[in-house]
Design a protein around this ligand. Structure first.
Ligand code: SAH
Length: 348
């Protein structure tokens, strides 16, 4: 099988190119075309000889994403993209414009096997993990289409990034590499449902990325009802893994908390949450749950959201209410891909 050239870090590409009998610096040129200039194929690499381009065509696959659908929010300019992969699968990515720069939310897998009750991405299970190239391509393709630089990347789309651990790590290294887009590691956020051993491994990688933990409940009993992963890892060990991440990296965590009306949004829930995280210097991101047709969860009303926030602040916890971007365009995780699959009659 041909190797996927865009998933090879520079060091590996150099070895490959040298073993083809070419000079090492050629690898640097090819790398720059792929990850700096965002070339669409070998044909564009005009400073390489025709023979070398042909050799590359013969030996490697060159991934590109097909734009299947673009939705643009009339409220805030958020754009949602549905991309086709070479094997016929589809993934979605979101582009958001903020005052401090442009942010892209990418998918890390096709589908997801984590089974969170409120999430549309997991309804059809996991198809496969994405290659580093396919994660990078979401950012590259959006950069080409918008013609604007991406400054922030959040791995918060479909999939559980820590369930694609090796691919994720290569992706982060290539994304933040000075020979590629060179996005600052501090501007990269990885969101996890809480796979404890992988969080601990990530803490030891020497990265400066932000880790976001999808918490959503402050007692094991409640969390297990919303997130199957909580049956495997209890809150005590989960919070210990968070403390370990902070200790090793010096990076404060973000705790994501989707407020589900009548389920996890009472004052008592807020107090229990404060108790759980108060030693961690983290930051809480409150998200009113985005209703998914297949699930009967409702979002908390505005007053409840503010009351919850105030309660947390009484415990000196840093809280923001997530601005809901693109609510008018199949906003919630996995909803665009899911609608597309249903309409096109694909198996879900
Ligand atoms: N698997 C990772 C990343 C993808 S989900 C994780 O679990 O963190 C990104 C975030 O959106 C998570 O916090 C997830 O719990 C949340 N989410 C998923 N569906 C949602 C919905 N319908 N409403 C609000 N938040 C949702």
């Amino acid at each position: 099988m041909k190797k996927d050239i865009k998933s090879l870090p520079l060091g590996e590409l150099e070895k490959e190119i040298v073993s083809m009998g070419e000079k090492k610096f050629r690898a640097g040129q090819i790398y720059e075309w792929m990850h700096g200039k965002l070339a669409g194929g070998f044909g564009e690499m005009t400073n390489l000889s025709k023979e070398l381009r042909k050799k590359c065509e013969e030996n490697y696959t060159y991934t590109n994403l097909e734009v299947i659908e673009v939705q643009e929010s009339k409220i805030d300019g958020t754009k949602k993209f549905l991309f086709g992969l070479s094997d016929g699968n589809v993934v979605e990515s979101v582009w958001m414009k903020y005052k401090h720069g442009n942010s892209v939310c990418i998918s890390s897998q096709v589908g997801c096997r984590m089974g969170c009750r409120f999430c549309a991405s997991t309804l059809g299970g996991l198809e496969r993990s994405l290659a580093p190239s396919e994660m990078l391509d979401q950012i590259y393709q959006i950069t080409r289409i918008t013609n604007e630089r991406v400054s922030n990347v959040v791995v918060m789309g479909t999939g559980e990034p820590l369930d694609n651990y090796e691919g994720l790590l290569i992706f982060i290294k290539m994304l933040t590499d000075e020979n590629g887009l060179h996005i600052s590691q501090r501007n990269v956020t990885v969101s996890t449902c809480g796979i404890v051993p992988k969080m601990r491994l990530l803490a030891e990688e020497g990265l400066q990325i932000t880790l976001a933990l999808s918490l959503h409940a402050a007692t094991d009993e409640k969390r297990r009802k919303l997130m199957p992963i909580a049956k495997k890892y209890g809150l005590d060990e989960l919070m210990e893994a968070c403390a370990y991440y902070f200790e090793k990296t010096g990076r404060r965590l973000t705790f994501e908390y989707s407020l589900v009306g009548g389920v996890n949004d009472s004052d008592e829930d807020a107090e229990q949450l404060a108790e759980r995280i108060k030693g961690l210097k983290g930051h809480v991101n409150l998200i009113p749950v985005n209703p998914v047709a297949e699930r009967n969860f409702v979002e908390s009303d505005k007053e409840r959201v503010w009351a919850f926030k105030n309660k947390l602040e009484k415990y000196q916890i840093n809280v923001t209410i997530r601005r809901e971007m693109g609510r008018d365009i199949d906003g919630a995780c996995g909803q665009l891909r899911r609608r597309y699959k249903m309409e096109s009659g694909m198996q879900t």
